[in-house]
Design a protein around this ligand. Structure first.
Ligand code: COA
Length: 379
C-alpha cells in the first residue's frame, strides 16, 4: 500500500468512529447536550449526582431514584486501607500518576471486577465516581504529612470532596460552584481520554482497566492541563495593565494563549459562561477581584481572535475557580477526572455493547525488504 492509495486521517480529526447517545457537541452553534439535555439547564438546575444518573442510567432520575443513587455513592466513598497504603507508597508522584495507580489498585478490591455485565458496570461506574474524589483528597493530605479525612455523609459529592481536601466544611456557594464545574466536565464526545477508554473497553478489558486508560490519557498537558496553564499565565501576567504586552509577546513567538480556542468549538464553549459567572462572584467573595479583572482583560485583548472562532474555553475560567478555592494547581487535572468518570463510564458501556475491537491502520513509510546483517558483521 502506498501513500497514493490511502487517505490519511491523522489524529482522526473530524472522523466519526461510531454513534453515541452519551453527549452531543455542535461546535459551530456552541451547544453541548448530555443524553439530549442541554448543559445550560443541567448547569443551572442539576446536581452532579443527577448527571451521574443521567449519563450512567440514561435518563434523569426521579427523587426516589436519586436518593437511591446518593445512598449508593455515599456508601462507596471510603476506599480500602490497602489503596490508602498504595497512595502512601506513591505519594511523591504527580497526583494523576497516583490517581491512575489507585484506580488500577481499586480493581483488586472491587466485588464486581470480573463481571462486565451491564448491571455490574453500572455499579462499578457509580462506585468509582464516588471513590475518585476520596483518592485525590487522601493523596493531597498524605503528601503534606496529614491523615486522610473520612468522608462526611452529610455533604453532597462536591461539598464532601472540598471537605476531605481542605479539612473544613465548605461554604455552600463554594460547594455549589464545584458541583457546577463537575456537571460541566461530565462528558464531552470522543475526546482523547474517552477514546482511550473506549479502545481499552473494545478489547473486552475490564472496567477498571478502561477507566485507568482514560485517566492515563487525560494527564497530558494538551488534554487535561489547560486550566493549570491558565492559572500559571494569570500569575505571570500579575496585573491587568500587563495583559496587552503579555499577549502580544506570546503571539509574536507564535504561542497560543492558554484557555482560548478548542478543537471542536468554533463558537463560544457553552460550558465557559457558567464557570465565568461563578468565577466572577467567587473572586469578589474571596476579596480578590483583581484576579478576575486580569482574566477579563485577556478576553478583551483576545477579542480580534473571535473572528477566527477562537474564544475562551471552559478551562480559561475553571483554573481561577480552583485556585480561589485553595485547590493546589497540580490537582487541576484531577478535578477534571473527578468530573469525567460518568462520561467515561457511559461511553465504556456503549463500547462493550458495540462488541467490536477498535483497530485502525497505520501507513508504513519505513524502509522495505532490508537485507539482514548478522550481528558480528554490523558496523
Ligand atoms: N491563542 C491564539 N491563537 C490561537 C489560539 C490560541 N489559544 N488557538 C487558535 N489560535 C489561532 C490559530 O493559530 C489559527 O490561526 P491562523 O488562522 O492564523 O493559522 C486560528 O486561531 C484558528 O485556529 P483553530 O484551527 O481554530 O485552532 P486549532 O484547532 O488549531 O487549535 C487548540 C485548537 C485547542 C489546540 C488551540 O486553540 C490551543 O492550543 N489552545 C490553547 C490550549 C487550550 O486552552 N486547550 C484546551 C482546549 S479544551
Amino acid at each position: 500500500m502506498t501513500d497514493r492509495h490511502v487517505e490519511l486521517k491523522r489524529g482522526l480529526r473530524d472522523v466519526h468512529v461510531d454513534r453515541t447517545q452519551s453527549s452531543f457537541i455542535d461546535g459551530r452553534a456552541g451547544k453541548l447536550l448530555y443524553r439530549g439535555y442541554n448543559i445550560d439547564d443541567l448547569a443551572r438546575h442539576s446536581s452532579f449526582e443527577e448527571v451521574v444518573y443521567l449519563l450512567i442510567r440514561g435518563s434523569l432520575p426521579t427523587s426516589a431514584q436519586l436518593s437511591e443513587l446518593d445512598a449508593a455513592m455515599k456508601a462507596s466513598r471510603a476506599i480500602p486501607d490497602n489503596v490508602i497504603e498504595v497512595i502512601r507508597l506513591t505519594s511523591r508522584a504527580h497526583p494523576m500518576d497516583v490517581l491512575r495507580t489507585a484506580v488500577s489498585g481499586l480493581a483488586a478490591f472491587d466485588p464486581d471486577t470480573a463481571d462486565d455485565s451491564t448491571e455490574a458496570v453500572v455499579r462499578k461506574g457509580i462506585r468509582i465516581t464516588a471513590q475518585v474524589p476520596t483518592v485525590v483528597a487522601a493523596h493531597a493530605r498524605i503528601r503534606n504529612g496529614q491523615d486522610p479525612i473520612h468522608p462526611d455523609d452529610g455533604l453532597d459529592h462536591a461539598g464532601n470532596f472540598l471537605y476531605m481536601l481542605l479539612g473544613e466544611r465548605p461554604e455552600p456557594e463554594d460547594a455549589a460552584l464545584i458541583n457546577r464545574d463537575l456537571v460541566l466536565h461530565a462528558d464531552h464526545g470522543i475526546n482523547a481520554s474517552a477514546f482511550t477508554s473506549r479502545v481499552a473497553a473494545s478489547t473486552q478489558a475490564d472496567f477498571h482497566a478502561a477507566i485507568t486508560a482514560g485517566v492515563a490519557a487525560l494527564k497530558g498537558p494538551i488534554h487535561g492541563g489547560a486550566a493549570e496553564a491558565v492559572m500559571k499565565m494569570t500569575l505571570d501576567i500579575g496585573s491587568k495593565d500587563n495583559v496587552e504586552s503579555y499577549v502580544k509577546n506570546l503571539r509574536s513567538m507564535g504561542k497560543p494563549v492558554m484557555g482560548f480556542g478548542h478543537p471542536v468549538y468554533k463558537a463560544l464553549d457553552p460550558r465557559s459562561v457558567h464557570i465565568r459567572d461563578g468565577a466572577r462572584a467567587l473572586s469578589e467573595r474571596k476579596g480578590r477581584p483583581q484576579w478576575f479583572s486580569v482574566l477579563e482583560r485577556v478576553v478583551d485583548v483576545m477579542e480580534p481572535y473571535a473572528r477566527k472562532g477562537v474564544h475562551p474555553n471552559v478551562d480559561f475560567w475553571s483554573g481561577a475557580v480552583y485556585s480561589l478555592l485553595g485547590i493546589p494547581d497540580d490537582l487541576f487535572i484531577s478535578m477534571f477526572a473527578i468530573g469525567r468518570i460518568p462520561g467515561w463510564t457511559s461511553q465504556i458501556m456503549e463500547q462493550y455493547a458495540a462488541g467490536y475491537i477498535i483497530r485502525p491502520r497505520l501507513l508504513y513509510n519505513g524502509p522495505m525488504d532490508t537485507a539482514y546483517v548478522p550481528i558480528d558483521q554490523r558496523a
